[in-house]
Ligand binder design. Sequence first.
Ligand SMILES: Cc1cc2nc3c(=O)[nH]c(=O)nc-3n(C[C@H](O)[C@H](O)[C@H](O)COP(=O)(O)OP(=O)(O)OC[C@H]3O[C@@H](n4cnc5c(N)ncnc54)[C@H](O)[C@@H]3O)c2cc1C
Length: 408
Amino acid sequence: MSTADPIVVVGAGHAGFHVALFLRDEGVDTPIVLADSLAGPPVQRPPLSKAMLLNAAEPRLAFRKPEFYPARDITLLHDTVVRIDRNRRQACLESGRTLGYRELVLATGCRPRALTVPGAGLPGIRTLRTPDDARAIRDALDQANDVVVVGGGFIGLETAAAARTRGCAVTVVESLPRLMQRIVSPEVSAHFRTLHETRGVHVRTDTTVHAFDGDTHVRQVLLSDGTRLSADLVVLGVGVAPETGLARECGLAVGDGVEVDTALRTSDPLISAVGDCVSFPAGDGTRRRLESVQNAADQARVVAARLAGRTAAFDAVPWFWTEQFSAKLQIAGLLPGTTETVLSGETADAFSVLHFRDGRLAAVESVNRPADHVAARRLLAQDDRPVGTDLASALSGRPGILRPAPAG
Ligand SMILES: Cc1cc2nc3c(=O)[nH]c(=O)nc-3n(C[C@H](O)[C@H](O)[C@H](O)COP(=O)(O)OP(=O)(O)OC[C@H]3O[C@@H](n4cnc5c(N)ncnc54)[C@H](O)[C@@H]3O)c2cc1C
């Protein structure tokens, strides 16, 4: 390493881009190299399963125009980092080059999980992570009649809504008993199931895919209950796995993600990690990995502050959102471990569900109630988080209905 060596950020997605941006905002004048396997300026991913699938005109994906990067002395490198040599402090690139680093930040994100059933390699079966994936699905929707979406999580349901809006016959196949089960309450699952079914999407929960059938292209999906669904296009939304290969191979601590401390340092103090690929201490002795743009940007802010010489720790209230048909769901906080639920709001298509842990507000789900979501984020960020179950009025002015959280 020489003193002229840059800060190397591996991955120019939401987290990596924001590390570079915030480093410059912090006044750090060290050279910065932002390396990504994907060509072009860094892009955001949320529109890929929303506006991108609906419209022929592409939404704006790039965070900044190409001229932003040289203007802020950030070098964009279209290359894949294939190895990290911690002894020499070098990142080895697929092109054969090596880059010395002063500090290295892993922001490698996730890759979509695949299914390992017969026929899973047939053309016409797609995953959705990159702009090119989204373009391919959008173009396939132009021709498709029958679309099968495997996985009833955020990305699967957003894709199903887009495909249905574009006139396709759509079936969602989900292995768990309810939609978005790992993230949302039974109330919200039920609401979104009704929404999809009312719009004509066929929803099959408690069902798995046994095989795909076809010749030069997928033609049918075989389900665990013996049903055969016709399919011109299959989109897999069965979750993602963190990209931890580089970290593992260079001997960093890795579990469900690259393990970091509250300052987002890995087991090597010169290597930080941010975003979807990170497993961070949750404060209760467990570790957590989140997949959201807020998490990516908040972690980037912490790393940039630390590399600028300030003390920083990651302790942000998580929040997420999804848009499906006419419904926007926003979630502040995390539901696991909550024991009481308050419903707030009177209309069927605009309500919030408040969740409490040990009597304290722990999470709020808001459907078409953005003001509730903003209030919830503020309340959840307070050190003296509100206690009690009369909080519905704090959000919306309307009384809530207290009841125990249903199981599942
Ligand atoms: C279709 C879709 C819709 C989404 N919708 C939402 C939403 O509505 N709300 C929300 O909060 N979140 C959403 N997300 C999740 C959100 O986009 C991610 O949480 C966020 O992008 C994480 O940022 P990241 O930088 O950690 O990972 P990524 O954005 O995935 O970036 C990782 C980058 O690292 C690069 N990379 C990996 N390994 C290497 C290597 N060895 N060398 C060089 N480059 C490498 C990859 O090419 C990639 O560009 C969505 C994601 C997808 C795919």
